[in-house]
Design a protein around this ligand. Structure first.
Ligand code: SF4
Length: 204
């Protein structure tokens, strides 16, 4: 069975897809095959039933929560994400999504945050840069600089929907950029986190 579910730290992690709308310079996929001893490249995207079947093999009460994370962008498998998150909520499991924030563009919708709110407790959105130009130079979104603006809108929507929302940057961007991004996080009403670009707690 491919690694769509794995343990990492105190949480259970769910890997839904290899697909991503970005191609970030710092993406761990450029350097490693997986995280914490789990190889994460998928042969194909799993169905919701397959993920739930795999989750059923774990004692979910042992974990702090479930995290939808890489190797790819979880909202590239948006319907599966929502279905599995609902399945977890029915079992009292806290849910988090680590995302590039481009769900609306990826899925051709405008209400991704509203659809997530009933089943997702928290989101961690990769802010990465203080301007669209800097973001695109680093993350190379298929949507160009629009990817950055859509990400900011998504963060605002998540805050508005009452989802516990954190934006993050990697620690490679320099002190001034870290400060500028912190001001953006404050303006958006989101929590702020500076994360290691590559490492066991980089969340990928
Ligand atoms: S958004 Fe995440 S998964 Fe996608 S390329 Fe960037 S770091 Fe990798």
């Amino acid at each position: 069975m491919q690694n769509c579910v794995y343990e990492f730290g105190d949480s259970i992690y769910i890997n839904l897809t290899n697909a991503c709308s970005n191609s970030c310079d710092f993406c761990i996929r450029n350097f490693k095959e997986g995280v914490g001893g789990s190889e994460l490249w998928l042969e194909r995207d799993p169905s919701a039933a397959e993920v739930e079947d795999e989750l059923g093999r774990y004692d979910l009460s042992r974990y702090d929560g479930a995290v939808f994370c890489g190797f790819g962008e979880p909202t590239c498998a948006f319907d599966v994400l929502l279905e599995v998150a609902g399945w977890l909520k029915e079992r009292g499991v806290k849910t988090r999504v680590n995302t590039n924030g481009q769900a609306n563009l990826i899925n051709g919708i405008t209400d991704a945050a509203a659809r997530m709110a009933p089943v997702i407790d928290s989101v961690s959105v990769s802010l990465n840069a203080s301007t669209a130009e800097k973001y695109d130079a680093m993350c190379h979104s298929v949507y160009g600089e629009e990817g950055y603006r859509a990400m900011l809108d998504f963060v605002e929507d998540c805050v508005h929907e009452g989802i516990d929302t954190t934006v993050s940057v990697v620690d490679l961007i320099g002190e001034k950029e870290v400060e500028a991004c912190g001001r953006i996080a404050e303006r958006l009403g989101a929590n702020y986190r500076v994360r290691p670009a590559i490492g066991e707690d980089s969340d990928y």
